[in-house]
Ligand binder design. Structure first.
Ligand SMILES: Cc1cc2nc3c(=O)[nH]c(=O)nc-3n(C[C@H](O)[C@H](O)[C@H](O)COP(=O)(O)OP(=O)(O)OC[C@H]3O[C@@H](n4cnc5c(N)ncnc54)[C@H](O)[C@@H]3O)c2cc1C
Length: 340
């Protein structure tokens, strides 16, 4: 394998029920920074059916090129045709990096693809970067039971492949002036055959939590001392139009359901504002929230690790500070209400 024959960064676009999924745009944000550092093109590949009127959006969100494969057999994710088509595309165009989201689709198809292409794959990364000189993809993820963050490279094989956690990056702002190329690829009917047949789809409602889509997350930890004290976080979240998150400690204490847990073994979030209240900032917690746009921490310990990642730190007793915040926000809301 001649590594220099592989050039460019690829992302795997995803669609659900014929609509492009937002993870595709998050991945383009990752891909864009890698491609710009390497000085190469960023392409995204998307498989589905009747997507033609939507694929331009991928260019607006950062892609230079979009490869589209449109066929009824690709309308819903199916391993056999997806693996065949993606393998053929990678063999033809030879990207040096190929990343996907660590969704069910990404986690299923990327290992198959990596095995077919005889290359390496790092699953479930929380961070991606490149070493420009060696052109290595630096794939960071928690390792050894989450106790260290390991950076993994794929020194001898291409493409370097990785899946990255959904919500680990915000999509780039939509830029309708961006120009790019859309290429519709056709394949022989045999490529679309499958050993499986989709009978239906049943959504797992219990896995859903509004915390992942919220613009503001108010998260509480062991410093809250009692489950009932989460009530004030729910009130604060409501005043800010956000959702409530929690550290694993708070979940393990039975103070709040697991669906609210943020971190390595919980959800990854990238809200505009993350409030960490009575949370120490263990590496496993940071893995799920450190890409938030603005982080505000409230902690009585000035040396708490959470202050290392926070933009604003309030050193003090949360039982004094949170009620003050609630009071002030209520006043502001009241004034807004009067003004109407
Ligand atoms: C494999 C593995 C996976 C893990 N996954 C996760 C995960 O997904 N998410 C996660 O969060 N953790 C995870 N953990 C656990 C993690 O290591 C920490 O134990 C956990 O994050 C600590 O939670 P905490 O910050 O709420 O509690 P603590 O570390 O006990 O921190 C409590 C904080 O509250 C502050 N405090 C106390 N009283 C007050 C007060 N009155 N006012 C202000 N501040 C106060 C203290 O100063 C302290 O900093 C994982 C661990 C392992 C090994």
């Amino acid at each position: 394998m001649k590594l220099e024959e592989y050039r460019g960064v690829w992302t795997l676009g995803e669609q659900r029920d014929g609509r492009i999924h937002t993870v595709s745009y998050e991945l383009l944000a990752w891909g864009r920074s890698l491609a710009d550092k390497l000085g190469v093109e960023l392409a995204t590949v998307i498989l589905g059916h009747n997507l033609a009127d939507q694929v331009q959006e991928l260019i607006y969100r950062g892609a230079d090129k979009v490869y589209v494969v449109d066929h009824p057999a690709l309308a819903h994710f199916s391993v056999d045709p997806y693996a065949r088509v993606l393998t053929a595309l990678v063999r033809e165009y030879r990207p040096e990096i190929f990343i996907a989201s660590a969704t069910t689709t990404g986690r299923t198809i990327m290992p198959v693809l990596a095995a077919k292409l005889r290359t390496g794959l790092t699953a479930d990364c929380t961070g991606l970067d490149v070493d420009v000189e060696s052109r290595q993809l630096l794939q960071t993820r928690p390792a050894i039971g989450g106790n260290v963050m390991a950076t993994i490279i794929t020194p001898n094989h291409r493409p370097a492949m990785a899946t990255v956690r959904p919500k680990s990056r915000r999509p780039l702002p939509r830029d309708a002036s961006r120009k790019g190329e859309i290429i519709f690829k056709r394949f022989d009917e045999k490529m679309f055959e499958s050993r499986t047949r989709r009978l239906g789809f049943i959504r797992d409602e219990t896995a859903e939590s509004p915390v992942q889509d919220a613009d503001v997350v108010v998260a509480g930890g062991k410093g809250l001392k009692d489950g009932r004290n989460f009530d004030m976080l729910f009130e604060l979240a409501e005043l800010l139009g956000g959702a409530v998150g929690a550290s694993r400690m708070a979940v393990d204490m039975g103070w709040i359901p697991y669906s609210h847990q943020i971190g390595l073994s919980g959800k990854t979030v990238t809200p505009r504002l993350y409030l960490a209240i009575g949370i120490s900032g263990a590496v496993q917690h940071l893995a799920g929230m450190s890409s938030s746009e603005v982080i505000v921490a409230i902690n009585k310990d000035p040396d708490a690790n959470i202050f290392k990642v926070s933009d604003f730190g309030i050193i003090g007793d949360l039982f004094e500070i949170v009620p003050l915040l609630i009071k002030r926000l209520r006043e502001i809301k009241g004034k807004e209400g009067e003004g109407k």
